[in-house]
Design a protein around this ligand. Structure first.
Ligand SMILES: Nc1ncnc2c1ncn2[C@@H]1O[C@H](COP(=O)(O)OP(=O)(O)OP(=O)(O)O)[C@@H](O)[C@H]1O
Ligand SMILES: [Mg+2]
Length: 464
């Protein structure tokens, strides 16, 4: 309790002294004031968390002082002290936001308990506040470049409507963040945002996942299940990676969009749902339509408002801002000392071609914060491939004398780059570059590539 500050206000000197003694013993930081004016001055300079305030004082009375406190800082908790129980005053004080009442003569136990309750309430509120701020930070769409400003403006306008939105853009550019923002800024924000990763759900389960099923409707359906559309009722559903939905499932989704109805698997009942649909994909859906893998009618239904999330190379000027944002986020979350990047390192990060877009940048910043000892992360701390254009790379490699060294250096550069592109997800990288996973692990070890951390592993997991 040492960091909880208490202000005690009373015109009776012996009350001030005894209360102070008891609270000091309980390890609160205590300051006292003898009248209303003095109390307001102390309140402004001390910024107490808790105030014990006498109702009846000469000059400014307690209720007036309480009102002033509540306008100065509504989160400070005020406990009123009264002489003989004035019920009217008590009612008035709680209306004005007093936390509790203590009667004179003050019982020691009651005093300690009441102050402790107030302190607990404050610490809960503080905790909630920090959590909420972290969540807000986590989903904040950072960027001040012209393309991002325009995007944010479009999001604001879209949020006011109920129309279906299709977000396209490369991997790691923030499509999920955009979807969350649309929901957050909409009138539906008090209701749920339900996310479905269409790529992660096996074909035979997608229908029951989206629309629910009755108990016993198919082998393995042991319990009745509520579908995602139904749980998103009055809220928004986010159909992520919609380009990966099977043609059969596409037909069903089309029906929900057209009729606003869902039918759980094995149920005769048809249910009306009121859901806003936001879909996202990193595929070129028009190409998918040409290839016969995506329904044209569904595409037009979804594409009422198309939104494109720009790749990082279209907005390099946002890179320093994003780096600062991620440093703040990770430092706060892990209680790290706040580090920074040297101007040279920043320059290279700006020039780098971020194939994995913001996700790749975010992962790199996180790795650097974990791995670098000093307070300033310099160019030497960055992996070799960052911000060195292809030409420079080549000439560097071509300077090398021996075949072995050339081979090792180029393999290392290639693998580091690819791993970073796929968020250091070894399984995925191995698949993408066509190398068995165990070989990739061996290579990483023999080339001294730093430990493979499974982050952003959600790409591999079977849905939420
Ligand atoms: N503008 C941005 N500001 C802050 N963080 C961002 C921004 N864009 C992306 N990120 C972060 O980058 C990561 C990837 O973003 P997100 O998951 O939204 O990308 P995506 O476009 O959905 O990618 P994918 O197609 O691979 O699913 C997340 O950690 C996200 O918080
Ligand atoms: Mg995504």
């Amino acid at each position: 309790m040492e960091n909880v500050k208490v202000l005690v206000v009373d015109d009776e000197k012996n009350i001030l002294e005894s209360v102070k003694m008891v609270l000091n013993y309980e390890k609160y930081g205590v300051q006292v004031a003898r009248d209303g004016m003095e109390a307001i001055e102390a309140f402004k300079s001390l910024l107490p968390d808790i105030v014990l305030l006498d109702v009846k004082m000469p000059g400014l009375d307690g209720l007036k002082v309480l009102q002033t406190f509540k306008t100065l800082n509504p989160t400070a908790e005020v406990i009123m002290i009264s002489g003989h129980s004035g019920i009217e005053e008590a009612v008035e004080a709680s209306r004005l936001g007093a936390f509790d009442f203590l009667e004179k003569p003050i019982s020691r136990d009651k005093l300690v308990l009441t102050v402790r309750n107030a302190a607990e309430k404050i610490s809960l509120l503080k905790e909630n506040y920090t959590l909420r701020r972290q969540t807000e930070k986590k989903y904040e769409l950072v960027g001040e470049s012209p393309v991002m400003k325009a995007l944010q403006e479009t999001i604001r306008r879209l949020a006011r409507s109920d129309s279906t939105v299709l977000i396209s853009g490369d991997s790691g550019t923030g499509k999920e963040l955009i979807a969350r923002m649309i929901h957050q800024q909409s009138a539906r924000s008090q209701n749920r945002f339900v996310q479905v990763n269409c790529a992660a759900i096996p074909d035979e389960l997608i229908e029951s996942e989206l629309f629910g099923h009755e108990k016993g409707s198919f082998t393995g359906a042991y319990e009745k299940k509520v579908g995602k559309f139904e749980s998103a009722h009055r809220g928004s559903i986010f159909l992520d990676e919609i380009g990966d939905l099977s043609l059969k499932a596409q037909a069903k989704v089309l029906r929900v969009l057209e009729e606003g109805e869902v039918q759980p698997v094995g149920s005769p009942e048809i249910k009306k749902v009121n859901v806003r649909v936001i879909a996202a994909t990193n595929k070129d859906l028009e190409e998918e339509i040409r290839q016969g893998r995506f329904r044209e009618d569904l595409y037009y239904r979804l594409n009422v408002v198309p939104l494109r999330s720009p790749s990082l190379s279209e907005r390099r000027e946002d890179i320093p801002l994003l780096i600062g944002h991620f440093i703040d986020y990770f430092s706060e979350e892990n209680n790290y000392r706040r580090k920074s990047f040297s101007p040279e390192a920043l320059q290279r990060l700006r020039e780098h071609t971020w194939k994995g877009n913001v996700r790749e940048l975010r992962n790199l910043v996180e790795r650097m914060l974990i791995m670098c000892r000093g307070d300033v992360i310099s160019g030497r701390d960055l992996p070799d491939y960052i911000g060195r254009g292809g030409a420079a790379d080549e000439s560097g490699l071509l300077q090398l004398g021996g075949w072995k060294e050339f081979k090792a250096r180029s393999e290392k550069a290639f693998l580091e780059k690819k791993l970073a592109e796929f968020s250091w997800n070894v399984a995925r990288t191995a698949r993408e570059i066509g190398l068995p996973r165990s070989n990739l692990y061996q290579k990483m070890e023999s080339l001294g590539i730093m430990g493979a951390r499974q982050q952003d592993a959600d790409e591999e997991s079977p849905g939420p």
